[in-house]
Design a protein around this ligand. Structure first.
Ligand SMILES: [Zn+2]
Length: 324
């Protein structure tokens, strides 16, 4: 599976909620080089130079306290047979967070490729394919391991706990913990508003959701409604590459859904090319993932369950998916 790097630049809000939409500033923050000289003409050089100076002044005033800009980069890579590893890096602070630790070597390879030093691990739940490398990485690096409070006794090397509703400062990156039980009873998903990224591990997959090993359908439906409440432009990262199988089930349930038809074609294309199907925007998932639409009259009709409660519809979708 090929690695994916997504650069995200956004302000860490201090006093102002104003967000820069200037693409030039965003490129600057993303590390793009500004032209130091323009070989084609003096006027253009002057404009760029002035622009750069204005930006420099603006950046200084921002650092002066009004808005602190953060530059966050996310790298996704394959681990084990179908797990994802993810690193979140803040260029300004050097903070590097691993989302779960499925396998040591691919994480070490990603750190070496980027030159980043691991500082934190955010654990979502206790399953072995999400915590296997916790202790090995802790032995190599000065990492702080943060994991769900309800599973603290089952998370190797845990230093700090997180529960739904907590806003955590993880090496300067703001992280909101969201309780998402169902797959396990204590699973926590992590949302980074300044990176517009959601790490939902085995609670929510693209076009699917986690198997109900410890919780029930009503519990998982509640969990997924909490994730569904996040903004459409949030990018969803998951624990596994299960999208192709999920897509077959989803299109069987909801064959008339045009957004889903489009996503299914895209998923087929990506998998043929050996590329990951994630991340994906939460907005697209809200239109295509049957598990996020258990209360949608069109999906209920497609299931032949117009009068059923959403949790019952959700349970029926989960049962159908278990057969794939
Ligand atoms: Zn799991």
């Amino acid at each position: 599976m090929s690695a994916l790097v997504v650069s995200v630049c956004s302000p860490v809000r201090r006093r102002s909620r104003q967000r820069s939409r200037d693409p030039y500033i965003e490129r600057l923050q993303a590390g793009s080089k500004l032209p130091s000289r323009d070989r084609r003409g003096g006027e253009r050089r002057w404009r760029l130079t002035s622009r750069h100076a204005a930006l420099t002044r603006r950046a200084a005033s921002i650092r002066g306290g009004r808005v602190l800009m953060a530059s966050i980069e996310i790298r996704q890579f394959g681990c084990r047979s179908d797990n994802f590893g993810v690193l979140v890096h803040d260029k300004d602070t050097g903070t590097t967070i691993a989302i779960d630790a499925p396998e040591e070597q691919p994480i070490l390879d990603a750190l070496e490729a980027t030159g980043w030093t691991l500082t934190h691990i955010l654990t979502t739940h206790h399953h072995g394919d999400h915590v296997e490398a916790n202790e090995a990485l802790k032995a190599r690096f000065q990492v702080e391991i943060i994991g769900p409070a309800k599973e603290r006794d089952r998370i190797p090397g845990i230093d700090r706990t997180a529960s739904g509703g907590d806003t955590l400062d993880v090496g300067g990156i703001r992280v909101e913990a969201i309780d998402t039980p169902g797959h396990t009873l204590g699973e926590v998903s992590y949302y980074m508003p300044d990176a517009k990224a959601l790490f939902a591990a085995d609670a929510l997959f693209s076009l699917g959701c986690g198997r109900l090993f410890e919780g029930d359908a009503a519990m998982m439906w509640d969990s997924l409604q909490r994730l569904r409440a996040l903004p459409d432009d949030t990018m969803l990262y998951c624990g596994h590459e299960y999208t192709a199988t999920n897509a077959r089930c989803a299109i069987d349930i909801d064959p008339q859904n045009l957004a889903l038809q489009e996503r299914v074609k895209e998923v087929e294309h990506l998998r043929v090319e050996g590329k990951p199907t994630l991340p994906v925007s939460l907005g697209r998932e809200k239109k295509t993932n049957p598990f996020l639409r258990a209360d949608d009259p069109e999906l209920k009709a497609a299931m032949g369950m117009e009068d059923a409660q959403p949790a019952e519809v959700f349970a029926a979708i989960r049962k159908k998916r278990d057969g794939y």
